[in-house]
Write a protein that binds this ligand. Structure first.
Ligand code: NAD
Ligand code: UDP
Length: 343
């Protein structure tokens, strides 16, 4: 059976997508350099699905390594998650980001061309809409005006993919623009495990709840939003993973490039998330209001209509599901650290 290649498939979103693809009967091969993940995730994918995906520990920037994967497997489609994603780091080390995110995509696309693999789904981001748009974001909104190099790599890769498909009419591509993925698999076996101090809201909340951090700083309570705190479109990572399967099925039947938002269309404030987290898990999270974080917008959420119309996909899980599953995963992490002697 032809295989689906998941680049970056050991990471947060890739591992959840591997589970959904395997559960749908797809044969999955993963390529990951493990720069931001651990190969034990393969064991845990196997525990959830009963099937072990093949893993290539490969840096996709390396053209030879990339070719090897295509030489050794019959790959019919690629879901391209691999890349660096820390916004702040991309400002400090832009070349590292441009080199990794662009070069890995170029070698991947070249190997796809030389092996007649014509289908690609790409992990883009709502960040391509930049900072000047109007909520809710539809796919026809102007892109560009990104506020950091990470965002520009997404903008540029969308362009590279679009041009490659234009020049090769037998190809199909879907650029998926994610909003704010949170949550974890309901088994509690896979989830997000950022190294260092988390930048994003939910990992910070779960680390406060488990005592790793003292309290949550809520960045700004004077925005023009219902309660003054920032509003985002949080989407459960399992819904997001299912969106990839739907996009893959669509791309297998259609040629050309589509850009599609994956969001819920509902904006929740930071305080909404804190309250839902407390309620879902019977906790009382300590927080303080702090000054606004530089570069943050008041409100950012999707118009998710196109995903429903084209892919027949819509997000189904609730904010409470997201909070319960995030916490279950954090508890798993804590217990496994204890078992490993605090490693
Ligand atoms: P992640 O860091 O958990 O996963 C990315 C994986 O890619 C990691 O396992 C890493 O080891 C691997 N990788 C990086 N460079 C590589 C290379 N050169 N060769 C091979 N493997 C490489 O990130 P994630 O949260 O799962 O995100 C997946 C994708 O979705 C990324 O492209 C990210 O930019 C994008 N995205 C994520 C979010 C989010 O909030 N998590 C939002 C929008 C877009
Ligand atoms: N946020 C916060 N405290 C934190 C992390 C985030 O108040 O420790 C807020 C942030 O200002 C924003 C929302 O939570 O309004 C989501 O932030 P995140 O970094 O998760 O996503 P992004 O801002 O990139 O959409």
């Amino acid at each position: 059976m032809a295989k689906i290649l998941l680049t970056g498939g050991c990471g947060y979103i890739g591992s959840h997508t591997a589970v959904e693809l395997i559960n749908a009967g797809r044969d999955v091969v993963i390529a990951d350099d493990l720069s931001n993940s651990d190969k034990s995730v393969i064991d845990r994918i196997e525990m959830i699905t009963g099937k072990r995906p093949d893993l290539y520990v490969s840096d996709l920037k390396d053209k030879k390594e990339c070719e090897k994967i295509f030489d050794e497997n019959d790959i019919s489609a690629v879901i391209h998650f691999a890349g660096y994603k820390a916004v702040g780091e991309s400002v400090l080390s832009p070349l590292k980001y441009y080199r990794n995110n662009l070069d890995s995509t170029l070698s991947l696309l070249e190997s796809m061309r030389s092996h007649l693999c014509n289908t690609i789904i790409f992990s883009s981001s709502a960040t391509v809409y930049g900072t000047d748009g109007v909520v809710p974001y539809t796919e026809s909104a102007e892109t560009g005006g990104c506020s950091n190099p990470y965002g520009w790599t997404k903008f540029m890769i969308e362009r590279i993919i679009c041009d490659t498909v234009l020049a090769n009419p037998d190809m199909s591509a879907v650029n998926l623009r994610y909003f704010n993925p949170i949550g974890a698999h309901e088994s509690g076996l896979i989830g997000e495990n950022p190294s260092g101090i988390p930048n994003n809201l939910m990992p910070y909340i779960t680390q406060v709840a488990s005592g790793i951090r003292d309290h949550l700083n809520i960045y700004g309570n004077d925005y023009d939003t219902p309660d003054g705190t920032g509003v985002r479109d949080y989407i459960h990572v399992v819904d997001l993973a299912k969106g990839h399967l739907a996009a893959l099925e669509y791309a297998e039947k259609h040629k050309g490039t589509e850009c599609i938002n994956l969001g819920t269309g509902v904006g929740y404030s930071v305080l909404d998330v804190v309250n839902a987290f407390n309620e879902a898990n019977h906790l009382d999270l300590p927080y303080v209001f702090a000054k606004r974080r530089e570069g943050d917008l008041a409100s950012y959420y999707a118009n998710p209509k196109k995903a429903y119309e084209l892919l027949g996909w819509k997000a189904e899980k609730t904010l409470v599901d997201m909070c319960k599953d995030s916490w279950r995963w954090q508890v798993y992490l804590k217990n496994s650290e204890n078992k490993d002697g605090g490693k």
